[in-house]
Design a binder for this molecule. Structure first.
Ligand SMILES: Nc1ncnc2c1ncn2[C@@H]1O[C@H](COP(=O)(O)OP(=O)(O)O)[C@@H](O)[C@H]1O
Ligand SMILES: [Mg+2]
Length: 312
């Protein structure tokens, strides 16, 4: 089987809001699949449907051949979840939390201990296994929740914004651990609003906004597809008026980034000429000038903008 998850026409409404709006996608075995979107895009709702916590209004989701609606128990046995909000008991120790989770999955006692020990060691929590979770930092809690999600040896791991609110070091550690899991054959479904995280980690990314999928592709293809989104970054020896630059060029977007100005345009040559002329006429020196291929962020903003037009 090539596709480990197959989703068709999935829709979920909360009153007036359509949180997930007829989405279709597949996740391939072994890949890290990213669900990238701003707050309120529908990421958590999608994950909660796929992991059998809530029911969709329509559409279907097949996990390893099992329909999550018709066969939830079968489907769920392949799944591990790191939810958006922590789910460890703070008045239990790390070890007790893991044992409890393992018991829920019906993992035999000897196996339980061996797995818990290995996971806690891998994630650097073994020394603290007998401490109450209450005293854990956010990073440690998140690592423990990951251990709990992995205790059943799941084929698919769902991670809902796993690094949000973590310190840089813990976030980096979690990302490298996810990469390692993927190398060992675990399929990963990761939601994030962090462009760089998606770019660094994912084999393919679905960009989701207002419950709809705007694009699905590899990070590099997403960037390639928007060749028209080239940009120029320029800095001058003196502060310049961004509005004035906006007026003389026909760039689609002009932004001030620190001491640099970034212009988004597909007419690179013409825009450079205009900028050189502008500098000459205003007695400015150009300190640096670079042309840039689009970043994932540029693609993202472009796609999100497009979806807004007509929607609002
Ligand atoms: N239980 C709920 N009741 C009402 N509205 C909800 C509920 N869960 C999510 N929503 C709404 O659905 C939309 C999508 O939310 P969510 O899936 O949490 O987005 P994301 O995880 O991408 O930030 C938001 O507008 C949110 O307010
Ligand atoms: Mg969310």
């Amino acid at each position: 089987m090539r596709n480990i998850i197959e989703v068709a026409g999935l829709t979920k409404r909360f009153g007036e809001i359509t949180a997930v709006d007829h989405i279709d996608f597949e996740v391939r075995k072994g890949e890290i699949f990213g669900f990238l979107g701003p707050n309120g895009a529908g990421k958590t709702t999608t994950i909660r449907i796929l992991t059998g916590i809530i029911k969709p209004d329509s559409g279907e989701a097949i996990i390893l051949g099992y329909d999550i609606l018709r066969n939830p128990l079968k489907a769920k046995q392949f799944i591990g979840v790191v939810p958006e909000t922590a789910n460890a008991y703070i008045d239990l120790t790390a070890w007790q939390n893991l044992m409890l989770t393992a018991e829920l999955y019906g993992i035999p006692k000897r196996e339980r201990h061996a797995r818990a020990e290995r996971l806690l060691k891998d994630l650097g929590l073994y020394q603290r296994r007998n401490s109450l979770v209450r005293g854990f930092s956010k990073g440690m809690k998140q690592k423990l929740i990951l251990c709990m999600a992995l205790i059943s040896n799941p084929q698919i791991l769902f991670l809902d914004e796993p690094t949000t609110g973590l310190d840089v070091e813990s976030a980096r550690f979690l990302r490298s651990y996810v990469r390692q899991l993927s190398k060992q054959g675990t399929t990963v479904f990761l939601s994030t609003h962090n462009m760089e995280e998606a770019n660094k980690l994912c084999d393919r990314i679905a960009i989701i906004n207002h419950g709809k999928i705007a694009a699905i592709d590899t990070p590099e293809n997403l960037k390639m597809k928007s060749k028209g989104l080239k940009s120029i970054e320029i800095s001058f020896n003196k502060p310049v008026d961004v509005e004035a630059i906006r007026k003389v060029t026909d760039a689609s977007r002009v932004e001030k980034l620190g001491d640099k100005i970034k212009l988004h345009t597909n007419k690179i040559d013409e825009t450079i000429c205009v900028l050189v002329n502008y500098a000459r006429e205003n007695n400015l020196k150009i300190v640096s000038l670079n042309t840039l291929t689009p970043s994932l962020e540029d693609v993202f903003i472009e796609l999100i903008k497009k979806k807004h037009v007509g929607a609002d």
